[in-house]
Design a protein around this ligand. Structure first.
Ligand SMILES: [Fe+2]
Length: 394
């Protein structure tokens, strides 16, 4: 294993993982010296009764959440972040609990920047390492298993007026605590379970094969890949399988911790653009693009993909293969997995089936080539290559 001359790894998130894990939230808040939490969630999560489950966890604890803001829209829009920050201040809150998917958790990260720095302008904090000092106590309770936002230093927030997604990147934004409880994900429908699970798999594979990989992120990524290989199909077939749900939540967290330190690469660069231009859900874009981006990267990432195969399959199934054969078999495995998911829950396997139009390609290419995720990609990338990948995935 090659050890980089220099690398950093940071994950300060305390993890609570298991059945009834949400019942420990009040104890964790007390540890954080907080007693006036604001709960952030969205309408879907509220209707599913998941916000109430978190509220009920406070019964008899001596802490009563001050308020619930239950109207976080998709894509974490900038104007909503300001509104929630005002709500937080008006209610004299002292901490945040995000109950939701990536948009809710990223919104909470944005709100936490504003309320901790006493600012009204989130634009002052766009980019890398603009958030200084310790933020307010923050607990993330993910209701999907995919974005890994509960374990990452990134928040993606949308400027809806300028139609751009902005990245805020700082270790100070990591949640203090992440709570993985299978009760919070068991009502996810199969196609969202599949798409978000594939997002986690892409995080792990891209972290493991990218130019910024390091031994510590490799450990997290390889464990995530093994767990996803064992549990994704079972949990898509039976969402009430609580053990598989908990396994996928752990995989998502570990994949998040891996890419938070080693970054993601080409699949995400193109996928971000496909999402922004053609409004394809992130996990769907990830699953469609992954095999095509791996094929492009095959030569430079051959040894990584060969190792990834050993996490995906039993050792007796791969032991006779050369490194080159293992790397190709890794891509074949992903393609077979996508065909199976398509059969089970209609997860699209082509961009054309996911709503992308050929006339979108030029704008997608222009955005993708400027995405930061191009930088750690193992193989050279230019506009022509991205267009070819889009054609093939169409
Ligand atoms: Fe992703």
């Amino acid at each position: 294993m090659r050890i980089p001359d220099y690398f950093e790894f940071h994950n300060s998130v305390k993890l609570l993982s298991g059945f009834k894990a949400i019942s420990h939230i009040p104890f964790e808040l007390k540890n954080l010296n907080s007693e006036r939490p604001l709960i952030l969630t969205d309408q879907t999560i509220k209707k599913l009764g998941l916000a109430d489950k978190v509220l009920n966890a406070f019964d008899g604890s001596g802490i009563v959440p001050v308020a619930i803001f239950d109207d976080i829209p998709a894509d974490a829009p900038l104007n909503k972040i300001n509104e929630v920050a005002k709500f937080y201040r008006d209610n004299n809150c002292d901490s945040l609990i995000a109950v939701g998917g990536g948009s809710v958790i990223d919104s909470a990260k944005g709100v936490n920047i504003l309320v901790s720095s006493d600012s009204d302008n989130l634009m002052d904090f766009v980019g890398l390492d603009k958030v200084s000092g310790k933020l307010r106590p923050f607990i993330a309770v993910p209701t999907t298993s995919g974005t890994g936002s509960e374990a990452t230093l990134v928040a993606v927030i949308t400027d809806t007026e300028r139609h751009i997604k902005m990245e805020f990147i700082s270790y100070n934004m990591l949640p203090d605590v992440a709570v993985l409880d299978p009760e919070m994900t068991e009502s996810l429908p199969p196609h969202i379970t599949a798409a978000t699970g594939m997002d986690a798999l892409v995080h792990a594979i891209e972290a493991y094969s990218g130019r910024q990989k390091n031994p510590i992120s490799d450990v997290h990524a390889s464990a995530a890949i093994k767990i996803i290989a064992e549990n994704l199909i079972p949990v898509v077939k039976n969402g009430r399988d609580k053990k598989a749900r908990l396994a996928m939540a752990n995989a998502s967290f570990m994949a998040g911790a891996a890419f938070s330190n080693s970054m993601v690469s080409l699949t995400h660069a193109i996928g971000h653009a496909v999402g922004a231009v053609s409004h394809v859900p992130h996990g769907v874009a990830m699953s469609i693009l992954l095999p095509w981006c791996m094929k492009h990267n095959l030569k430079m990432a051959e040894s990584s993909y060969a190792e990834v195969l050993t996490f995906l399959k039993k050792i007796e199934d791969v032991v006779a293969l050369s490194e080159k054969e293992r790397a190709q078999a890794c891509i074949n495995y992903i393609e077979d997995l996508l065909v199976e998911l398509n059969k089970i829950c209609k997860l699209p396997v082509k961009l054309g089936d996911a709503g992308v139009k050929k006339e979108d390609f030029d704008e997608i290419v222009a955005r993708a080539i400027n995405d930061g995720a191009v930088v750690p990609n193992p193989e050279f990338v230019d506009e022509t290559i991205i267009k070819e990948i889009l054609e093939k995935a169409f």
